[in-house]
Ligand binder design. Structure first.
Ligand code: X8Z
Ligand code: ZN
Length: 589
């Protein structure tokens, strides 16, 4: 007779074999369906022809097929049955089964009609977003032109007209968003999630409340520094425009449509990256990004990246439009990787190209035989955003820039001015991402914010967190939140970027101090294979790794804003001195 212990282990072994067979089958089918869906999705963001239904029909068919599989009752029941015996399974099996259930929740076939409606509503809303033409003075103005004007235009009336043009997409998206909010919530509720926001937070292992605590902590930690920046900017801008110093900064005074980054406010002599990059041209921008990663020991990008990506703006008269926000695509969960950008030769796209290539190299790194297609994702979503943003930060430091062959002239840039410029990018982003965006999306899905309050609430949050105000009161005929792409096509996930900024400073701090033995303010990663090896060890496991363990293992700490605060501490002191005697209008929260 077999002893009970032997019987138990034999049963566990049999179970694991059964689970392996199930997962092998699931992974193969999932990858095939995912590929068809992402091809369809790719076409619908890169080639939008007004009135042509081909894209949306193809997209609906592909996504319904994916949904029929990932949300099937059979898959839900099988994954649950196996997970009931979690203790007997290998950790990698558990992770995959949990991923099966997570994916099922966005497509449960128990409510197939709702899922179909949601897929159709997403496709229709995507068409409106991706095909939108902004108008100024009766002529089309592209998002790149809007962004250029907000960075460079001096005339306030003109700035206001451009800013208002940038908000014209909101009303076009409002009815579709009312429908989508309901459908996104209903979909995930079928598998027991409270609402769509909670569903997205659960991917980090957080409840909405736990996430809110983490996000609030980050915001609070950076608030004193942001208050200094806000005060500095109010006085600086008032002087620039010959206006009285405002309590809240008028949104059209800022160099970004949403006031999410203000770095273009500062010109640092000896650091005119716009001019230096302009001399090189848009193709150089993307190629230089690749050169940076290759210099650290990553492989050159697959040839198909160059032939299949959509990297540059579509001319106004092309007869089609594309989504104008940058994104990176993992089409087949293997080596078919692509990026959608509208690269022009300027500083902003230089930084963005590095960001997007971070996603691409993450995709390539975790597409390895050790990592099943189900886990070809970031350790968490913030990791995915952090890698390229960190490389973007490193690519903007003076010694790197010189080594990369960009000509900034002979003058040595002032270190404090540079730090100020960086803070206006990274620190200013925090109240926007942890405040305005976080709460608006949370309240949308979790608290059923009524559509009659959407715009009022948006501006209440912008006032409280970012200290900014619209040029004139904006009623509910506008839907200014919906002018931000992510609200439509990357919903309830914007806090990923806030977490990623904190994380990127932790990683950068580690690389600078422990690997390069350099001052984090003045690094040069170029050509350092040790940095590449460190990064690959983070990227290769993908979602097979536990994100908390990985961070602790790699940097010795938990997720914390400490490195970010330390980086900007000299600037905080400098700003306190600059702001002496000035009125602070932003509440300490
Ligand atoms: O959307 C992006 C990336 C695409 S994954 C360019 N970012 C956020 C934004 O533009 O709002 C990067 C940081 C913030
Ligand atoms: Zn990104």
């Amino acid at each position: 007779m077999m002893n009970p212990w032997r019987r138990k282990t034999a049963a566990a072994a049999a179970l694991r074999t059964e689970v392996d067979a199930y997962l092998a089958d699931y992974n193969a089918k999932y990858r095939a369906l995912y590929t068809t869906s992402s091809e369809a999705e790719w076409l619908s963001v890169t080639h939008v022809v007004a009135g042509d239904e081909t894209n949306s029909q193809r997209l609906k068919a592909a996504n319904e097929a994916t949904a029929a599989f990932t949300g099937s009752v059979a898959n839900i029941e099988t994954a649950r049955r196996f997970l009931a015996r979690k203790a007997e399974l290998a950790p990698l099996q558990v992770k995959q089964l949990e991923a099966v259930l997570f994916k099922a929740a966005s497509n449960p076939q128990t409510i197939v009609e709702t899922v179909k409606k949601r897929i159709a509503a997403e496709a229709a809303q995507g068409e409106r977003l991706n095909g939108f033409a902004f108008q100024l003075d009766g002529k089309e103005i592209t998002p790149n032109e809007i962004d250029d004007a907000l960075r460079n235009e001096k005339d306030l009336a003109r700035r206001r007209a451009v800013w208002e043009a940038s908000k014209s997409i909101g009303p076009a998206l409002r009815p579709g968003m009312v429908e989508l909010r309901a459908l996104r919530n209903e979909t995930v509720q079928a598998l027991g999630y409270r609402d769509f926001f909670s569903y997205m937070a659960s991917e980090y292992g957080y409840t909405t409340d736990e996430l809110a605590v983490k996000i609030d902590e980050i915001n609070r930690e950076l608030r004193p520094l942001f208050r200094e920046l806000h005060t500095w900017a109010r006085y600086e801008l008032a002087q620039r425009y010959g206006q009285p110093v405002p309590d809240a900064i008028p949104a059209h005074w800022l160099p970004n449509r949403w006031g999410q980054g203000w770095d273009a406010l500062v010109d640092v002599p000896g650091f005119d990256l716009d001019a230096a990059v302009a001399k090189k041209g848009p193709e150089w921008v993307v190629q230089q990004g690749e050169r940076f990663y290759v210099s650290m020991g990553f492989e050159p990008l697959p040839q198909s990246f160059w032939t299949k990506s959509s990297l540059y703006p579509v001319p106004k008269d092309a007869g089609f439009k594309k989504n104008t926000h940058a994104s990176a695509w993992h089409i087949d969960l293997d080596h078919d990787v692509r990026s959608l950008m509208s690269v022009e030769a300027n500083q902003e796209w230089y930084e963005t190209a590095h960001h997007e290539l971070g996603h691409i190299y993450y995709y390539l790194s975790y597409s390895n035989p050790k990592n099943p297609p189900l886990l070809r994702e970031g350790a968490n979503r913030a990791y995915h955003e952090a890698i390229g943003s960190m490389i973007g930060l490193a690519a903007m430091q003076p010694r790197f820039i010189q080594a990369a062959g960009l000509d900034l002239g002979a003058q040595k840039p002032d270190a404090m001015k540079l730090l100020l410029k960086e803070a206006l990018n990274y620190v200013v982003f925090i109240p926007w991402s942890t405040g305005t965006m976080f709460f608006w999306e949370k309240e949308l899905y979790h608290d059923q914010l009524p559509p009659e309050r959407w715009n009022a609430r948006w501006w209440e949050l912008a006032a409280k967190y970012q200290g900014i105000a619209p040029p004139a009161p904006r009623g509910e005929e506008f839907a200014d939140a919906l002018t931000k792409t992510h609200i439509t096509d990357d919903p309830a996930a914007y806090y990923d970027y806030a977490l990623s900024f904190v994380l990127l400073f932790q990683l950068h701090d580690h690389i600078a101090k422990q690997i390069l033995h350099e001052d984090p303010h003045d690094t040069n990663y170029l050509g350092h294979a040790e940095v590449g090896a460190f990064l690959r060890s983070i990227l290769e496991p993908g979602a097979s790794a536990d994100w908390r363990t990985l961070l602790k293992e790699k940097t010795g700490s938990d997720l914390s804003a400490k490195a970010m605060l330390e980086y900007f501490e000299p600037l905080r002191k400098w700003l306190v001195a600059q702001n002496k005697g000035r009125k602070y209008t932003l509440a300490e929260i």
